[in-house]
Design a protein around this ligand. Structure first.
Ligand code: ADP
Ligand code: MG
Length: 349
């Protein structure tokens, strides 16, 4: 497949979730494995479909359609495309309702919901700070941003300044210079779009991945549950844990995928809106399982901002299936919610 332009924030290092398949077993008695890979949203994607043997050549038309779907999501939600709906809303300075597509209102609505339940840890209006720290489309300076600039940009941040209307779909801003960044949730949404499309076309056995965010349905070409590896923070690209999943969205947020280092300090692309600075706690990665990959994606970022203790508390209160890898003095420790543990037990059966 052809290379597409980097549009969302690039994942510089390993993807946190690796799909595990074995190339030499690409064909079995009953199923063929169709694999598609390419680039979208500034990262890679991979799609695997187990189809009944000898069901014909499906790939070319499907690939075209999938690229069209992903291009549409980019044209709606990318901050790297000046003409995207999101960029047009960001440059709009008015206080009237700004009409958008239904998917934009849907994703924005979920983003606002995750902000509300996470006490503002997740906040798509954090864009001016993301850009200031060099993780957005703005050119990043060599030095760390001065505190005065951090404080100035913080004034533009706050999800309560954004209103979302579903019908007719529209957005409204209370601060003319506010800037929304959907990078923490749009990849998950893109995964859902592709997965829902494939399921609607009758492909029941699929694994869709964009930049490490995944959704699975049915089984693989060996007629077994799909296997997903959660990357280890130490031995890249080692695997910390393998999940066998059937119908599920899986998203990981971590400090070892997209960051820069200065004077021995690692600066994550995840920004704590309350400080205006990259997160600094001991949570190395958090993986969230949810029916919707979009929701899993947003929640993973929210929990990553909250950190190992508050994030865990939040996951318990929200009854979520969450797996964490936390740095300790002696290495890394795993922490999981009862919901995740229960699921592990059930899935391993
Ligand atoms: P991760 O998988 O590590 O969470 P994502 O790509 O899902 O990474 O989200 C990180 C991106 O989200 C950042 O590059 C930035 O654009 C944006 N972002 C950073 N901090 C926040 C935040 N507190 N709330 C919402 N979006 C954020
Ligand atoms: Mg995310």
């Amino acid at each position: 497949m052809s290379m597409k332009k980097n549009i969302f924030r690039t994942c510089g290092f390993v993807t946190a979730l690796l799909t595990l398949t074995f190339a030499h077993c690409s064909k079995t008695r009953q199923f063929d494995l169709v694999t598609m890979t390419g680039r979208t949203m500034g990262t890679t994607f991979s799609i695997k479909i187990a189809i009944p043997e000898n069901s014909g050549q499906v790939q070319e038309a499907l690939e075209k359609q999938i690229y069209a779907l992903l291009d549409t999501v980019n044209m709606q939600m990318s901050t790297y495309l000046e003409t995207s709906e999101l960029s047009r809303f960001n440059t709009y300075r008015g206080s009237e309702w700004f009409p958008v597509s239904p998917p934009m209102a849907l994703v924005m609505g979920y983003a606002q919901h995750i902000s509300a339940i996470s006490g503002g840890a997740f906040d798509i209006t954090v864009g001016p700070l993301v850009n200031l720290w060099g993780f957005g489309p703005e050119v990043s300076p060599d030095d760390l941003p001065p505190d005065a600039e951090v404080q100035k940009r913080k004034q533009l941040v706050g999800y309560i300044n954004l209103q979302v209307r579903k019908d007719p779909p529209a957005l409204q801003k209370a601060i003319p210079d506010m800037y929304c960044d959907l990078s923490a949730i749009a990849k998950g949404y893109g995964v859902d779009v592709v997965a829902d499309y494939l399921l609607a076309r009758g492909y029941k056995n699929i694994l869709v991945e964009i930049g490490g965010e995944i959704r699975s349905a049915g089984h693989n070409h060996h007629n077994k549950k799909w296997r997903i590896g959660i990357s280890s923070p130490v031995t890249e690209p080692g695997i910390q844990k393998v999940l066998t999943v059937d119908n599920c969205g899986v998203a990981t947020s971590g400090d070892y995928r997209n960051y820069f280092e200065k004077d021995g300090i690692r600066y994550s692309h995840t920004i704590d809106p309350s400080t205006g600075r990259p997160i600094t706690h001991k949570l190395a990665s958090v993986t969230v399982l949810h029916d919707s990959c979009m929701v899993a994606d947003g929640l993973a970022t929210a929990i990553n901002v909250l950190g190992p203790e508050k994030g865990y508390e939040f996951a318990i209160n929200q009854n979520l299936m969450v797996f964490m890898i936390v740095k300790s003095d002696t290495g890394f420790v795993e922490k999981m919610t009862p919901g995740f543990e229960k699921l592990l037990d059930e899935l391993e059966k």
